[in-house]
Write a protein that binds this ligand. Structure first.
Ligand code: ZN
Length: 362
């Protein structure tokens, strides 16, 4: 389902010297929530020296640039600007004075383009950059928007991606005469560049968009290059958790499947025959036998951290459970397909590499 699904852990791995990765072990340490505390019955070697046990992921790693907020480019936005939205409709933008962003990834892109000062409202999935998004008026969750709250901000441009809705609300806003520019957001690694170019075009700064897109594309390529050096890809099970009420496994045809695969892992959910999201069950856990469990930070918190996670039936007996190979990442960072996608991929690739190497130890 993705172009990277198979045949990518090739001979390139064996030709590269191991020491290339020594510089990356610190980043990995920051990433793994818990590591190297094998259960007493397990004969696995301790790994404390490599991987201590901090809790979640701070800024990345690997010499890739960290969270840029400005990109030099055109002095002034060129307006009016015209974009073609995801349904093929032309949208003309005459003012970007007051922008409402409907999605977290879109807000992050606007900030990355250096245009954050024009935003007057964000949705609740907009969490990056935290110090800026926190202080902006909130229009609620991207999929459950209401027209009143948005129009009350007197926007001159509403911009979002196809996750924004419901459609009636967007129609209501259009009927009020405010331009609504909605981009496609396919679950592919092209999505970040596609969305960046769309947003930059709508804001009248296409050159800045090209520059940022090229930067992100290069970071993604670099991360995939790291991923391609993993010779024995770990089996990675992604769990979507909201306490004990919602516990789901990601299979094929999910954005996280794209991320796991591109970072050099095998999606254990997909391997267990799951498509999209299915409820977690002991049978799935047994079938999946993950080397790594990947969760969202909020999800891990909702089950009481790593110890709570490992009380979910079956998990403690998997290789991931015995080694406490749990990776927790922020949801917008891991799944947003935004400007930090290359960094997220690199973090995953480094962690997968470290885990794969531990399993090789005598
Ligand atoms: Zn989105």
């Amino acid at each position: 389902m993705t172009p990277w699904k198979s045949g990518r852990h090739s001979s390139a791995t064996r030709r590269r010297p191991r020491r290339m990765f020594l510089g990356f072990s610190l980043a990995c340490a920051a990433l793994l929530t818990a590591c190297g505390t094998p259960s007493s019955s397990s004969g696995a070697p301790p790994a404390e020296t490599m991987l201590p046990a901090p809790v979640s992921l701070p800024a990345p790693s690997v010499g890739l640039s960290v969270g840029r907020e400005t990109v030099p480019g055109e002095a002034e936005p060129q307006l009016p600007a015209t974009v073609v939205d995801y349904q093929g409709e032309q949208v003309t933008i005459t003012s970007i004075e007051r922008i409402v962003s409907l999605n977290g990834d879109i807000a992050e892109i606007i900030f990355a383009l250096g245009m954050g000062d024009y935003i007057v409202g964000v949705d609740s999935s907009a969490t990056y950059p935290p110090e800026r998004t926190k202080t902006l008026p909130n229009i609620g969750y991207q999929r459950r928007l209401s027209a009143e709250g948005i129009l009350a901000l007197n926007p001159t441009l509403i911009i979002g991606d196809e996750a924004a809705g419901p459609p009636e609300v967007l129609a209501q806003i259009r009927a009020a005469g405010v331009p609504v520019a909605i981009t496609a957001d396919p679950p592919t690694l092209d999505a970040p560049m596609q969305k960046i170019r769309f947003v930059a075009q709508a804001l009248g700064i296409p050159q800045r968009g090209e520059r940022l897109a090229a930067q992100v594309e290069a970071e993604i390529a670099r991360a995939r290059d790291l991923a391609n050096r993993i010779s024995n890809p770990p089996h990675v099970l992604f769990l979507y958790l909201r306490g004990t009420d919602v516990q789901q496994v990601a299979g094929s045809r999910t954005p996280v499947d794209v991320m796991i695969t591109a970072a050099g892992g095998l999606n254990a959910g997909a391997e267990a025959g799951i498509a999209e999201f299915k409820p977690l069950s002991p049978e799935v856990v047994v079938a999946a036998q993950p080397d790594v469990i990947l969760v969202l930070e909020k999800g891990l918190e909702s089950v009481g951290g790593v110890d709570g996670l490992l009380t979910i039936p079956g998990l403690a007996d998997t290789p991931a459970g015995k080694q406490r190979h749990i990776i927790a990442l922020d949801d917008l960072y891991l799944l947003g397909m935004g400007p930090r996608t290359g960094q997220a991929l690199a973090d995953l690739a480094i962690a997968f590499y470290e885990i794969a190497s531990q399993e090789n130890r005598p």
